[in-house]
Design a protein around this ligand. Structure first.
Ligand SMILES: Cc1cc2nc3c(=O)[nH]c(=O)nc-3n(C[C@H](O)[C@H](O)[C@H](O)COP(=O)(O)OP(=O)(O)OC[C@H]3O[C@@H](n4cnc5c(N)ncnc54)[C@H](O)[C@@H]3O)c2cc1C
Length: 230
């Protein structure tokens, strides 16, 4: 087996390779940044498995404030403050889910924009994403955006959809995807081996532990192939 990068400046030769790129990279059309061109092409079974799996979208936004200002906020008619807030769940169109670092009492709050919320935000400027986050948080905590901006020390977000080497957050199976992860993870001719969260068959695709489990499974596949060959 041989492999080379786009401009051919690095080449590798080996009898076996374990491919652990994200699902969306395997699905990306050859020629696009990060995409892989297989020669000969992947068999129909792999292509069918790729069609049944999809990459979910997420944008995460982390705000670091000067203080934990929510400690002073009391929900309407409530006597308690939000000092112990851990999760804040809503139906907001932009960032419906938020969480603090509880039990650590740090002035950090994280916003989560999944699926269609992420679609609305993807490819937008960092300023746009931060402003939508501040406006959402202001709405949910009934606090003015100006006050939030005044308290904001730093903001960080990452757009996994626009990152050519991830092209999304993590995989999920579409309706009828039973067996697709297994098919995607199956070795090809004792030469190509596949790992990565999208190939996990223990039910934990889309997670770190699923990715790790798939790595062990791929290593076992390689060892089995070596034994079979000897
Ligand atoms: C916002 C967010 C929050 C998450 N939260 C959790 C959580 O709380 N708990 C949890 O268990 N999981 C979580 N996950 C999921 C978890 O991060 C992933 O399932 C896991 O990291 C996938 O590991 P992987 O090795 O399959 O892929 P990756 O970690 O994506 O590794 C694939 C690697 O391939 C590289 N690559 C891409 N293209 C090429 C190429 N052409 N050539 C060479 N290398 C290439 C990439 O740069 C990357 O380093 C989260 C994911 C996201 C995006």
């Amino acid at each position: 087996m041989g492999a080379h990068d786009r401009d051919g400046s690095s080449t590798f030769k080996t009898s076996r390779v374990v491919i652990t790129v994200p699902l969306a990279i395997l699905k990306a059309p050859p020629g696009e940044l990060g995409a892989i061109q297989f020669t000969p092409r992947l068999q129909k079974e792999k292509v069918a498995a790729l069609d049944k799996l999809e990459m979910g979208k997420v944008i995460r936004l982390v705000f670091k404030f000067k203080q934990r200002f929510w400690e002073r906020i009391s929900p309407a008619n409530g006597e308690q403050t939000m000092a112990n807030m851990s999760f804040l769940l809503s139906q907001d169109d932009w960032f419906p889910t938020w969480w603090t670092a509880m039990p650590e009492k740090t002035p950090i709050i994280t916003g989560w924009a999944p699926f269609d919320c992420a679609e609305r935000l993807t490819s937008k400027s960092a300023v746009f994403v931060v402003n939508q986050g501040l406006e959402t948080l202001g709405r949910l905590l009934t606090i003015g955006v100006g006050d939030l901006q005044h308290s904001l020390e730093d903001a960080y977000s990452h757009d996994w959809q626009s990152d050519p080497f991830s092209r999304g957050a993590y995989s999920y199976g579409k309706v009828g995807a039973d067996g697709a992860q297994e098919a995607l993870g199956r070795p090809v001719e004792n030469t190509l081996f596949f790992a990565g969260e999208a190939t996990d068959t223990s039910g934990h695709n889309g997670t770190v532990h699923g990715a790790i489990a798939s790595g062990y499974r791929a290593a076992e596949d390689v060892l089995r192939g070596l034994v079979d060959n000897s």
